[in-house]
Design a protein around this ligand. Structure first.
Ligand code: ADE
Ligand code: ZN
Length: 319
């Protein structure tokens, strides 16, 4: 049985398996560009983050109704439970849907209808993190936060994702400040393809409590020292980094160096349907290719609960 763990970096839209994409396309009368499941899977070969994002946004077109979002989330939760996940903090990208004419409420209600009985059905507690698309205008992020305001009991925090280079975190200072005033937790993708300076900016300007990816932090020894001292967690996604060519191979992955430097590191799947494995597969991959011990995996699993937004009581139950 896979080791019990929390997953803190998974985009629900990145859990869309080709089979479900075709089923939803059929259900909604949409013709996909790819003739079948096998051809679609073959298209899952990426040069960088942007080439992945292109397909990721394209395939979202099949998500139209509350039932579609419910089925997507239910499929993820079932798989996550089988991977040992006991708690999942799940990203969603509302702007990727509202810009296609799918109302914010359709997305949220659909996801929620799977999440609300997840603990009973799958033994996985959940939290939702609303991500702003950093390659869209700041005003769109502000409008998205406004759309979320009536629903804050269902949303734990905000994040920042999509194309990183050329879109520094500081651009979103006002949105993150407003989110903080609303009592939302704050996280941000930084240092995936972008420089270590973006990690600093996410911490200092956005007040990020966790950094998603953050692998480029190693380029800045002072930043590494700061992350080790403050124990601001990194949600690292090894398979993603290799598939998007931020790292050449798993054997070259900086996870072990980050752990050895004393950082609070976690392992996550990012977009498991696209990157060849779910969260426990990532654990096994780094164990094999970086020579991690079983004790190292236990440390990573313990870190995942420590880095979560769970209450101290629930965390103590799970660790
Ligand atoms: N959206 C989905 N996956 C992402 C990633 N790895 N980086 C940035 N934005 C994303
Ligand atoms: Zn991500």
């Amino acid at each position: 049985m896979p080791i019990p763990k929390a997953e803190l970096h998974v985009h629900i839209e990145g859990t869309l398996e080709p089979e479900l994409a075709f089923e939803l396309a059929r259900r909604n009368g949409i013709t996909l560009k790819h003739p079948g499941v096998a051809e679609l899977r073959e298209a899952y070969s990426f040069d960088d983050l942007q080439s992945f994002l292109h397909l990721y946004y394209e395939l979202m077109d099949v998500l139209r109704t509350e039932a579609d979002f419910r089925d997507l989330a239910a499929a993820y939760l079932e798989r996550a439970a089988a991977q040992g996940v006991r708690h999942a903090e799940i990203f969603f990208d509302p702007q990727a849907h509202t810009t296609r004419g799918v109302p914010f409420e359709t997305v949220l209600n659909g996801l929620n209808s799977a999440l609300e009985d997840s603990e009973d059905r799958y033994g996985v507690s959940t939290a939702l993190i609303l991500c702003f698309l950093r390659d869209h205008p700041v005003d769109d992020a502000l409008a998205t936060l406004e759309a979320a305001r009536p629903h804050l009991e269902h949303i734990s925090g905000v994040g920042l994702d999509s194309a990183e280079v050329g879109h520094p975190p500081g651009k979103f200072a006002e949105v993150f400040e407003a989110a903080g005033r609303l009592g939302l937790r704050r996280v941000a993708h930084a240092g995936e393809e972008g420089p270590a300076a973006y990690v600093r900016e996410a911490l200092e300007v956005l007040g990020a409590e966790r950094i998603d990816h953050g692998i480029r932090s190693l380029d800045d020894p002072d930043l590494v020292e700061h992350l080790a001292r403050t124990q601001v967690p990194l949600t690292v996604c090894p398979f993603s980094n290799v598939r998007l060519r931020a790292v050449d191979t798993l054997a070259d992955h900086p996870l072990r160096r980050l752990m050895d430097a004393g950082l609070l590191v976690t392992v996550n799947s990012d977009d498991p349907s696209y990157f060849g494995g779910h969260v426990h597969d990532n654990y096994l991959g780094v164990q094999e290719h970086l020579g991690l011990s079983d004790e190292d995996l236990r440390t990573l699993a313990r870190n995942s609960f420590t880095a979560s937004f769970l209450s101290p009581e629930r965390r103590a139950e799970l660790i």
